[in-house]
Structures are given as C-alpha cells and as structure tokens.
Write a protein that binds this ligand. Structure first.
Ligand code: CA
Length: 503
C-alpha cells in the first residue's frame, strides 16, 4: 500500500497515517508531502509548516496548540500538543442549528417479542434478579443447574440469566446519589428481553428491599427470600421450581414481526484509536441516522467523551430546553469529577494514546461521530429510562461496563465500536462489535462482528458500512444472526453507577 493519510475536514492542518505498521522518514505521499519522522499508524502528521502556538486542527476543530514549531511532514506527538480548556457551559448556542428531519425510512421491520407492557424484546430470556450482592453466588449456582437441567426442555427460551450486581447493602441508600443505581437496576430487572417479569431473589435483611428495587411490580408471587428457607438445598430447589414454572410460560412465546421503530439501540465506544472517529464511529452515525429515519430510538452517552464537543451538540438539540438539559448533565459531571479532584482529561487511556489520540478533545470529536447528524430529541439523566423516539442523549460515565449497564436499562440492542479491541458483551442484549481498523477485524475475526476499517483504505464508504450495520442490527435483533459475544457467551458483569456514599 502506498503511503496514505486520512484528512477529515478541509480546514485540518494534520492528518492520520493510514498504513498498517506506520511509515518511515522519507516516505512520500501522493501529494508530494515528505515525512520527516517515522510515524506510527493512526498517528498524526503535519500537512503544513506550523509555528509554536499554532492551533492543531482535526475534524475542523481545535484539538490543541503546538508547544513547538513543526515543519510539514512531522509527527505530532502527544507531548507537543497543549490541551485547550473545555467549552464554557455558560455561552453555548441553544438549538440554533436544528437539523431538518430526513425522509422517513419505511418498510423496515424485525422479528421480536411483544411484551404485555407494550415493550419489544430481541431475546427470550429467563431473568432472575437480585436485591443484593449477598445472594449472587447462590443465584449463579442455581442458574448453572437451570441451564443444564431445565433449559434444554424449553427450546424457545434463549437463555437463563442471573441479574447480579455489587449494590444493595452497605450503602447510604437514602443519599441523593443512591437513586441512580436503584433506578438502573430496577429498569434492568424489568427488561424487555425477560418479558418485563423477573423472578426476584432477596436475602431478607438487606437495605434494598424488593419493593424498593421494583416499586411497580407485583413482587410477592415471584419472590424468594433466602432467610425464609431451611438450608442451601431447600433454597436451590425453591429457585429451581419457580424457574421451571416461568420457563414453561416463556417457552410459549414466539417472535412476531415488529416495526423497526421498536428498536432501542444503545451506542458506545471503547478502546478507541485515531481511526475510530474516521471509520467505525461515522459509519455508526450513518446507521444511527437510518434508525432515526425508521422511527427507532438511538441512545448515545458517555458524558466525559461528549463534554469537549458539547458546543457541536447544543445547537443540534431540537429545543432550547433540551440543550439546557444537556448542559445540566455536563455540569453535574464536571462537579462529580471535581469532587474526586479530577477533570475530563482523566478519561483517556494509555491505549488511546498509543492509538494516536493526543487528548480527550480529539477523542471526543471522534466519539460524537456516533451520534450521526439528526436532531437531539431528548436528554435522559443518570438512571432514567429513555422513553423518547429519535436521537437521545442518556447521561452515563464513559466506562464501558457502567455505560453499558445504564444503557441496558432502556436498550434492546447495543452497538459497540472499538479501535484497540475488547471482547465486551452483555447477557441481556446482543452486542454488535465494530472495529475501526481491518487489522483488528482480521486478528480478532472471531470477536469482531463488522469491519469498518475498510473505509480508511477506500475499499468501502461510510454509507456502505452504515447500511451494512443497519441490516446487521435487524438480523441480530430478529435472532437470525448471532454476535460473537453471544456465540462465546462473553457477558460482562453489571456495574451500576453509584455516586452515593458507601457505609
Ligand atoms: Ca465507553
């Protein structure tokens, strides 16, 4: 492959090296630019001579200022770039550039499960939820036996899942922050993919009593309190009997044709590199626009990866109030980080930097590409279940597990983009993983579901990969295709966000 760089915006004065393995000093690009330094793949090269103090432009935005002068063809190393301050939350434009709705996309459907509460599922799972960590190993023990002894007799049920977590006791459960994990776990316990009706296992003495976890659910007929039983043998057989009755009900369910507007797709990225914002995230953004046009719900999140690009999002909010809601979430998180003596620059990882991302500003500009180009129709706060259609910002940390857990409260499909690679998956919803580079998709051919790296080399376009992803979402939601994470049973533990105190 000839020396190739990828420049995103006409105003950009840097571009990233596309060649696997990087390039050497003296290599010449097709426009005549000669490299002065060896540059690793995905790292940036200057396109013109830049003086010390010059703004470094990528995505047409300032990602930092140079600490020293760099001649054209130089490697833009992380330590050469001074990070700018975050956008001032008090002076953002509110709903000033609301995108016009694109033409509706009609005729798309998937085969899912219609629940009694009106929600739509993409899987048919027996869910056993828990009020406290104390009971988790007991439920996991019962689940192992349910899977081997009972599940084979109920072929229409996809799985049996223990909804376990580290919350429930030893916490200041009346503190303001406690509402977030309680609401998140409550929504997950009524998830569409378990038909909204879990079995509930409680210890008995814990702070998060079943009524507190599930205030609007008829818990009593589905409740097993361990401290009411005589010994482990009786506990397990009680759970098994309840599970068998529930499996018989679930086994009668069948997939039916549902409109694509019933899809609720959570978007996330993890292990990002400098290609993420060029390939997988824009392709996901294109698919997000298709989903919005089909009437579906698309959720993007990760506050600390939105914060530095929020000036590009508040103008896109459908109303000034929605923009103010978005700013409220940014401010809450600024204060949350400040309480821990940190700021948004704590987000970036060594892997991000190895992947060519110099700071959180550059990472954020690539991250928000996932949101596509639609108007933002609603903002949900931490722990709030998303009910709006269209493109919704749901506030979550950027941590893969915590973001995934919070999005799980609302979503019935998950798309995860990655540059460095992660085998991440969730038990309750399918997770489609999209790679930023073809090298990862090849190396991890049995973990990555879709390769967006072909966009960087010109073998595919953002539009074509976006359509591929849209079709893949429908195939997986319908149970006709399986993700690699589900194939291997790679299901990360839930990680509810608890900003409240522990006792
Ligand atoms: Ca993430």
């Amino acid at each position: 492959m000839d020396p190739l760089f990828v420049k995103i915006h006409p105003r950009d004065n840097v571009a990233i090296v596309a060649n696997p393995g990087g390039l050497s000093a003296g290599d010449v690009f097709s426009n005549g630019l000669i490299l002065r330094d060896p540059v690793p793949q995905a790292h940036k090269v200057t396109l013109t001579d830049l003086p010390a103090g010059a703004a470094v432009l990528r995505y047409g935005q300032i990602i930092g200022h140079l600490r020293r002068e760099l001649a054209a063809g130089s490697w833009v190393r992380e330590d050469f770039v001074e990070m700018p301050g975050a956008p001032d939350l008090a002076s953002l434009a509110l709903a000033t550039a609301v995108p016009q709705p694109q033409a509706p996309l009609v005729g798309y459907s998937f085969e899912g499960y219609r629940n009694a509460d009106g929600s739509a599922g993409t899987k048919n799972i027996l869910g056993i939820t828990t009020t406290v960590q104390c009971v988790a190993p007991t439920v996991e023990y019962a689940i192992r036996r349910i899977k081997t002894e009972l599940l084979p007799r109920f072929p229409n049920v996809d799985d049996a899942v223990a909804i376990t977590h580290s919350y429930g006791c030893g916490v200041a459960i009346d503190a303001p922050g406690a509402a977030i994990p309680i609401a998140t776990l409550g929504h997950i316990s009524r998830h569409a993919n378990i038909a909204g009706a879990p079995l509930v296992v409680s210890l008995g003495c814990e702070k998060m009593q079943p009524i507190r976890l599930l205030p609007a659910y008829d818990v009593q007929p589905n409740l097993i309190r361990l401290q009411d039983h005589n010994g482990f043998g009786e506990i397990v057989s009680t759970i098994m009997e309840a599970a068998e009755r529930r499996l018989a009900e679930l086994d009668r369910r069948r997939r039916t044709v549902l409109p694509a507007s019933e899809l609720i797709v959570g978007l996330q990225c993890g292990g990002s590199d400098a290609f993420s914002g060029v390939t997988c995230n824009p392709a996901l953004g294109f698919a997000a626009d298709l989903l919005v046009r089909a009437g579906a719900t698309v959720i993007f999140s990760e506050v600390s990866e939105v914060r530095d690009a929020v000036h590009l999002l508040t103008p896109r909010c459908a109303t000034p109030q929605i923009a103010l809601d978005l700013i409220r979430e940014m401010r809450w998180y600024d204060e949350y980080l400040a309480r821990g003596y940190a700021d948004r620059s704590a987000n970036t990882t060594p892997g991000n930097k190895r992947g060519g991302l110099v700071n959180i500003v550059e990472k954020s500009l690539g991250s928000i590409a996932k949101s596509g180009s639609s108007a933002i129709s609603a903002v949900a706060t931490h722990g709030q279940k998303v009910s709006a259609k269209g493109l919704v910002f749901a506030a979550t940390p950027a941590s893969d597990f915590i973001c995934g857990t919070q999005q799980l409260a609302s979503m019935n499909m998950h798309v995860f983009t990655t540059g460095e690679g992660t085998p991440y998956g969730l038990a309750l919803v399918p997770v489609i993983k999209v790679s930023s580079q073809s090298a990862l998709a090849k190396r991890w051919g049995d973990l990555i579901d879709l390769d967006a790296g072909r966009i960087a080399t010109g073998e595919a376009t953002i539009e074509s990969v976006g359509w591929d992803l849209f079709h893949l979402i429908i195939e997986v939601a319908s149970g006709r295709k399986r993700t690699w994470a589900d194939h291997w049973g790679l299901h990360n533990a839930l990680a509810p966000f608890n900003p409240g105190p522990v006792t």
